[in-house]
Design a protein around this ligand. Sequence first.
Ligand SMILES: Cc1cc2nc3c(=O)[nH]c(=O)nc-3n(C[C@H](O)[C@H](O)[C@H](O)COP(=O)(O)OP(=O)(O)OC[C@H]3O[C@@H](n4cnc5c(N)ncnc54)[C@H](O)[C@@H]3O)c2cc1C
Length: 481
Amino acid sequence: MSSAFDEEFDVVVVGIGAAGAAAALSAHESGARVLVIDKCDEATAGGNTRVSGSGWFINSDPELAAVFLNSLAGGYPIADDVVQTWATETAKNSEWLRGFGADVSQNAQHHTEPEYLGMGIDGTDCYAGMDTVGGQMGDFLLYDFLVAALSERGIEIRFSTPATELITDADGAVIGVAAESAGTPTRIGGRGGVVLATGGFAANPQMVRDYLRLPESVLWGSPHSTGDGLKMAQKVGADLWHMDNMMTITGIDIGEAPGLYLALWAGQNYLFVSPEGRRFVDETASPRHGHIRRNGRDEHFPLQPFHLVFDERMRLSGPLSPSRETLPVGWKVLMDEHLWSADNSAEIESGLIRRADTIEGLAELIGVDAKTLGCTVVQYNEACESGRDDHFARPAETLSDVSEAPFYALAITPLLGWSSGGPRRDGKSQVVNTDGAVIGGLYAAGEVSSTYSWRKDGGFHIADALAFGRVAGREAAGRAK
Ligand SMILES: Cc1cc2nc3c(=O)[nH]c(=O)nc-3n(C[C@H](O)[C@H](O)[C@H](O)COP(=O)(O)OP(=O)(O)OC[C@H]3O[C@@H](n4cnc5c(N)ncnc54)[C@H](O)[C@@H]3O)c2cc1C
């Protein structure tokens, strides 16, 4: 062992989400001695993977998948070697997990077909749905399986051990990582290198403001996604890619982070209004993992807070935010066991949902001009009656008036699911510097450096984390030899 280190392994993996677990398993498969470190304790580790929907996209045709990814990337092209690896490796995910004993089957309820079907995107036929552990969404299923798979193979996961810095040799190659174990600094060598699998930066408000330009948002996933890996990689000269890409969806800030997902399947008697009290969008436009089609183009949505205005029928039609039974996904629901009331009454009681007998009274409660909101609702109701939304083309079958008192308003905040950008890497998961040269011994996979430059589909991020995690582990193990 080099005297520069307290311990030495063939491969050191930083972070135990889907990417880190895949890297560790594949490095182990390749004969390497592996250590995984995670900054969280056992009860809170696992990042976004732990609280995710746990589904990965089924890539039924690698050749077509390359076409699909290029088409989704649109004006933000992805390097060809990355596209080719993504297309071939994501197709192997399910079989690879079955090889470790996972009970993999397709989820029959969610993401059974591509989101961009009939939307001018090529290659959609490769999208064959989403695989999950046991055919079920969420509920920690993938994370629990991966951790058990590592443990069965004797791969150590050292919790409460944050990596603080990458260690390089005189040539700038990464040879290990500095970390803290129970508050004590430690230096861990990685003969083949270090795999950064530290997740994204959605929980780092400064980075969210700087890169995503989201001054007001709430988190959906792990509060530990603070961009650590990205900063460590920057410090050793890594270039960055697609830093402004992300996934937001309609969310609710309940005053204690993280936030909750607003589910609009509960009813149709609603409209969205801006702080000025005007409609601004077809409220039913498919959210497609952070992009809606508006004015004939795809754009990130939502980026700003707005109000949901609805009537008594919608209030009675079901909870505005799903329970663990309906959708076992998200930090607040799974880790904090937060429960939204079935008839939304607790949230009315607490003042989170505002209630008034008239639209004008509601406007006053939420600080919107009463005349403007009154006109907006009248115009919306007229559109419902005529079956035509001339302003935003909301489909006729979704136009249900807001006319049954009492009326309600709920503040909607962009719910930031995850970030996409980070250290630029190549098709072998190797991080590259600003000259495009590989930084020896440094690999990145998963949300710390996702493949996606623009649009993405259901199950894409876990598929990406598993695929490039596997490649990173294999490559680092090969380098150790
Ligand atoms: C609510 C929700 C639902 C989702 N559902 C899906 C879905 O169904 N399908 C899909 O494809 N994608 C989904 N996603 C996105 C997907 O879950 C993530 O992009 C993916 O799981 C990220 O995996 P990862 O391994 O890269 O990072 P993570 O799972 O976030 O893991 C990162 C790990 O690194 C650790 N770490 C961070 N910093 C350090 C440090 N300094 N030192 C040591 N350890 C560190 C963290 O503690 C964590 O354990 C969802 C995301 C959310 C929030």
